[in-house]
Design a protein around this ligand. Structure first.
Ligand code: V47
Length: 404
């Protein structure tokens, strides 16, 4: 038989049309159907809530692209092509910690133990003072649970930051720290929050959530406050007018059901208070801690967890990838898997680097902007409350694109 003049170009199309296996990849609908996710896609399109069973099916679906496509659709519906980042510093004022969490490589049990440190207030304030030339918008503080520091240490820490830079947003102390302060200093959780607010606290970070399911929490973080108290402190903070975040430490001993349970407990509180701004999945890092025999979660798992978070948490505005934890390349890719936000310039992160993170310790706004642009998204600098920051940076336009 004579060859068709443009047979080379036409043959693949005919082959695709005639081969049912290949044909099934032709449309997104086919892909979703083949992945057994059509009913979930229809539920989302109809504005119906996903339930625990849907969440587990999404987490267990082998078709990462189908799950990612659904998450991306929700992400773009909320945020279009925008990808947020912020200009912040991270401060861990002490790593002395009475808790022995199995996943932690940062904490030292007692002052004086090898590697233990506690900054003087001057040393802590100096971190901000040294950066007066940077248009920072946030200081994010996370500490160990130190048994001997007075409450004044924390209130003075906040007051000093505000003296140095009155406009700076202070996102400080996890709910676990708030519970610890209340127990140590004989106060209620509410009193601790009120006093810290009077000293300058502006919002709570999401750390300390780990996994809410009691089976896991008891094993990996036995000394931390329980799930109900963690959530109640966020509830109280929201009622006092503070915004907060919520995290999930994944990729260790938790099951798919426990991941989904975690998301649903955050969703339930958010229905009540609308105070969470962002959900942040945190990839477990196994170096130098008691769970070091476990492998780190794969890139595929990381993309899937972020995507499913976007789909399950229909009432939390932002899903954030903490690039220090995910790795820079996976954070970029996650911008097509449900993520709309990357935290942040960070600067001098310790918790992940002591647990083996190979990511840089800091990124400049320009680097963040470039990596977002390179991923095909539109960088937008935000402050902690997601107000757009109009170019604080001489070399970056308000779109966030470098002009030099
Ligand atoms: O609660 C500790 C986690 C959290 C390890 O609110 C580990 O904007 C992985 O919460 N491997 C602290 N994770 C960091 C945190 C955070 C990060 C970025 C943004 C925000 C925010 C909050 O780090 C801890 C714990 O879950 N962590 N050790 C480890 N080996």
């Amino acid at each position: 038989m004579a060859a068709h003049p443009d047979g080379g170009a036409r043959r693949p199309a005919r082959a695709l049309a005639q081969n049912p296996d290949l044909r099934s990849f032709l449309t997104q609908e086919d892909r979703l159907s083949r992945a057994g996710l059509t009913d979930i896609a229809e539920k989302i399109s109809a504005g119906l809530r996903l339930d625990a069973d849907d969440g587990v099916r999404l987490l267990e679906s082998p078709d990462l692209l189908a799950v990612g496509w659904l998450a991306n659709r929700e992400r773009e519906r909320r945020h279009g092509a925008r990808a947020y980042f912020n200009h912040n510093i991270r401060l861990e004022a002490t790593n002395v910690c009475v808790a022995s969490c199995l996943f932690c490589s940062f904490a030292r049990l007692r002052p004086g133990d090898p590697g233990a440190y506690t900054m003087s207030l001057e040393e802590a304030w100096d971190k901000l003072r040294r950066r007066l030339d940077q248009p920072l918008t946030e200081v994010h503080v996370v500490n160990g649970l130190h048994p001997d520091l007075p409450f004044d240490y924390y209130t003075e820490l906040l007051r000093g930051f505000k003296r140095i830079r009155p406009g700076i947003h202070l996102k400080c102390f996890t709910a676990v720290e708030i519970a610890f302060f209340a127990d140590l200093y004989g106060m209620t959780d509410q009193q601790v929050l009120v006093e810290l607010m009077a000293a300058g606290l502006d919002s709570l970070p999401g750390g300390g959530a780990e996994i809410f399911a009691e089976r896991v929490r008891r094993k990996i973080a036995p000394d931390k406050c329980g799930t109900e108290r963690y959530l109640d402190i966020h509830r109280k903070a929201h009622r006092l007018g503070l915004r907060s975040n919520v995290t999930m430490l994944y990729g260790h001993i938790e099951t798919a059901e426990e991941r989904v349970d975690h998301m649903l407990r955050a969703r339930e509180l958010q229905d009540e208070t609308q105070g969470f701004q962002a959900f942040i999945p945190l990839a477990f890092h196994p170096d130098n801690n008691q769970m070091r025999k476990l492998p780190a979660p794969s890139a595929a798992d990381t993309l899937r967890v972020h995507a499913v978070s976007r789909l399950m948490l229909d009432n939390i505005p932002h899903v954030k990838a903490f690039w220090v934890a995910t790795g820079v390349e996976v954070a970029q890719t996650s911008l097509w898997f449900g993520v709309d936000d990357l935290d942040g310039t960070v600067q001098e992160e310790k918790i992940y680097h002591m647990a083996g993170a190979r990511t840089p310790e800091a990124m400049t706004p320009r680097e963040l902007s470039r990596l977002i642009t390179a991923a095909g998204r539109e960088p937008v600098e935000r402050d902690t409350l997601y107000n757009v920051v109009e170019s604080g940076h001489p070399a970056i336009q308000s779109s966030g694109r470098s002009v030099s």
